[in-house]
Write a protein that binds this ligand. Sequence first.
Ligand code: GAP
Length: 437
Amino acid sequence: MIKKTNNLMDKIVSLCKRRGFIFPGSEIYGGLTGFWDYGPLGVEFKRNIKNEWWKSVVQDRDDVVGCDAAIIMNPEVWKASGHVDSLTDPLVECKTCHIRIRADQGDDIKDHEAGHAKKKEKVSWTEPKKFNLLTEVFLGATEPKQKAYLRGEITQGVIVNFSNTVSSSRVKIPFGIAQIGKAFRNEITPGNFTFRSREFEQMELEYFIQPDEKEGESVFKYWKEERLRWYVSLGIRREHLRFHEHTPAERAHYARFAEDIEYDSPFGWKEFEGIHHRGDWDLSRHKVSYKDPDTGKEYTPWIIETSGGVDRAALFFLIDAYSEDGDRMVLRLNPKLAPYKAAVFPLLANKPELVKSARKIYEDLRKHLMVAWDDRGNIGKRYYSQDEIGTPYCITVDFESLEGNDVTVRDRDTAKQERVKIAELREYIVKRVYGEQ
Ligand code: GAP
């Protein structure tokens, strides 16, 4: 394990670019602050995170169904939800250099003042102003164009489909609706790589319950523990996570109560995921209620929400998995999250019989798993290259394979090798990556 410093962030950013996880958005035009693109490995990694989340929150449960709502909604939604008035951050401007900064980000303010102090300049700030984070878009071909918003949280798409979901499926309270999708915020100070971006992806669960204080407390407790357990089950070290209860000043306008799961990142303890008790805020603002099919009682349900960032999860999983072993860099990702589950090599690229056999193994495996092919350089270099991107198993076809119908499988974490029969290879890898099926 390596010490967490900003040096680690530099290594992560450089690895992401070099190996095709994450690139600066629109880079050939000089980039655009707060926007990032995921490359060949990043897209696989992010998809694996989302699949694992969906499996744990929807597929493995009886009480949660899914939704995929439009990004652009009728702008009335955002007025009713309170985001037009309240999705704001406090903004101050430095009177010396006119840079604008979030007034509630103490470290940014201190860093800025320190920069001026070095030049023997004094800093004074304007009074904080509320800055709305919703991103406006304009629709239609004729003037005046219709003003709408890119969604500032994915939540509202679920809320406005509450009644449609109840009437079209067999759900009964308590139940949840899960969604994964892009959200957009015109952040004043995007930064720390993808940590605070202007376009990002969220994975959210809105869990609907009866309006009851005790029930609210116990469902909130259940989901915050469950979400923390999920991160730990996929490899984040427990000691790198903690809960942070929001003070009334920190709470979003819709929250009766909120706690964050925070991560001990190289740039301090930072919000990973928010767990919010939204009470009846949303459904009552949209004038939506629920009729209990058994009792006929009508009421406005309460919502307990878990809201995680996919990009933050990707970044923190990468940071937590990064390790150096001498000059060997190993990304100890949980195999379920690794972009490739295995890599297949012929021992020598200039021996057609080895290439043919390795190619057959690769083509059989890739019907079931994401698998890499590599026949460049020597075996040692190929191992290093796969370790660096977190591939848990490397499979080498050598001359013995042609006689014995077996291959060498090398484990990323232990660097130990074992011989495995080609006929049993798929089951061997699947079991180790996903557990008993
Ligand atoms: N629906 C509730 C909601 O949106 P939030 O705490 O504002 O709550 C939830 O956001 C999660 O979305 C955060 O914990 C974080 O993981 C992610 N997130 C929020 N803003 C982000 C940004 N600017 N860049 C990347 N991820 C962000």
